[in-house]
Design a protein around this ligand. Structure first.
Ligand code: PLP
Length: 415
């Protein structure tokens, strides 16, 4: 693999080799990551990267767009078929620009937007002060309830009636529970707000039919294509016909320039893969693995935010095991498990320390791991906590996680 790179740039070739080894030899539990298929990888690395195609299929500002038009049309058609959506825009470079497009299609700078707080599982782009969404708009937030750690939609309704936001935003990066889309729809209707749902994390579960879909309820649905959807890095917007013009115009020329046609072609491949029966099976196994991991961790005395999960991720509160999230992330790295520290609702630690870690099953499920592997991972985590500071014991645990990785080869054809 990477023969041409090796010829031209041995330094970067070494980096690519090292990253492939890292992905193969670590248990990847970052909830937002996955391993794309070889077909997606090849399409991303194709000649489509050479083409400028500002505009939309049939209405480009450049010549020579006949083939990129085909790719973009296929991506749009497949996205609509996959999610039962009216219309799709497949050009956003990322989930963040998809959100920026959706917000600016409906709001002027200074308008009020209401989204889930970052510290309660929301995303930076849902109005955090350091992000464009907090800088450009008057952002206010809802939170989960103390105790249950889930959203109380009656309270959200009261808050929305009091605040009257222009935009009601649903969706999260670290919320392990299903959303009440119908309640959010009715809240938005009551206060005359636009309902945007950001399904970046759960899109693959929705596509696989194992998680309720926001598409029938929201005015606009935004997403990434690289998390549970297992495609190339990128963004996606689904909307009703009546909103398409505003969305398209805001994405280009409003926010972006030329679309990344190699990524759009790879999104088409991803959607094709997601339309196959085997993807439904993948999505179900991702959920089954999250359930198995949750049960095993609870049995070992870990605490889970909201007590468990309905999707592909768990938020583990490490405090009952005497650790911060930061310390846990570092300890798990040492035994070959990659994850990220994460605040838990009402966290008393700063985000840089945090009380929890977020764990997800999408990537390991792609490798073929099942519930037995999840139990083994929970056991490694438990023994790592007990063995803290014992270098020899941690090295033995690292060897165990490596053995687990080798039993489920990743990209064997890449040599
Ligand atoms: C990951 C994520 C995004 C941002 O996606 P990027 O492609 O990293 O910009 C937006 N919203 C949510 C809820 C996410 O989880």
């Amino acid at each position: 693999m990477y023969d041409a790179v090796r010829q031209t740039d041995p330094e970067i070739a070494r980096v690519l080799d090292a990253e492939l080894s890292r992905q193969r030899e670590q248990l990847e539990m970052i909830a937002s990551e996955n391993f794309t298929s070889r077909a997606v990888l090849d399409t991303m690395g194709s000649v489509m990267t050479n083409k400028y195609a500002e505009g939309y299929p049939g209405k480009r500002y450049y010549g020579g767009c006949v083939h990129v038009d085909e790719a973009e049309n296929l991506a749009k058609q497949r996205a609509c078929e996959l999610f039962g959506a009216d219309r799709a825009n497949v050009q956003p470079h990322s989930g963040s620009t998809a959100n920026m497009t959706a917000y600016l299609a409906f709001c002027k700078p200074g308008d009020k937007i209401l989204g889930l707080s970052l510290s309660h599982g929301g995303h930076l782009t849902h109005g955090h002060p350091v992000n464009f969404s907090g800088l450009m708009f008057q952002a206010i937030h809802y939170e989960v309830e103390r105790g249950s750690e889930v959203i109380d939609y009656d309270k959200l309704r009261e808050q929305a009636k009091r605040e009257r936001p222009r935009l009601l935003i649903g969706g999260a990066s670290a919320y392990p529970r299903t959303w009440d889309y119908a309640a959010m729809r009715s809240i938005a209707a009551e206060v005359d707000a636009v309902f945007v749902f950001d399904m970046a994390h759960i899109a693959g579960l929705v596509a696989g039919g194992v998680h309720p879909s926001p598409v029938p309820h929201a005015d606009v649905v935004t997403s990434t294509t690289h998390k549970t959807l297992r495609g190339p890095r990128g963004g996606l917007i689904l909307c009703k016909q009546e909103h398409l013009k505003a969305i398209n115009k805001m994405n280009f020329p409003g926010i972006q320039g030329g679309p990344l046609m190699h990524m759009i072609a790879a999104k088409a491949v991803c959607f094709h893969e997601c339309l196959q029966p085997s993807f439904r099976d993948y999505a179900q196994r991702t959920l089954d693995n999250a359930q198995a991991l949750a049960a095993a961790l609870l049995a070992k005395g870990f605490r889970l935010a909201s007590g468990g999960t309905d999707n592909h991720l768990l938020l583990v509160n490490c405090k009952p095991r005497g650790m911060t999230g930061k310390a846990m992330e570092e300890l798990l790295e040492e035994v070959g498990i990659t994850c990220n520290k994460n605040t838990v609702p009402f966290d008393e630690e700063s985000p840089a320390v945090a009380s929890g870690v977020r764990l997800g099953t999408p990537a390991l499920t792609t490798r073929g791991m099942g519930p037995a592997a999840m139990e083994r991972i929970a056991d490694i985590m438990d023994r790592a906590v007990t063995a803290r500071g014992d270098a020899a014991a941690l090295a033995r645990l690292r060897a165990e996680s490596l053995e687990l990785c080798r039993a489920f080869p990743l990209y064997p054809e890449l040599g």
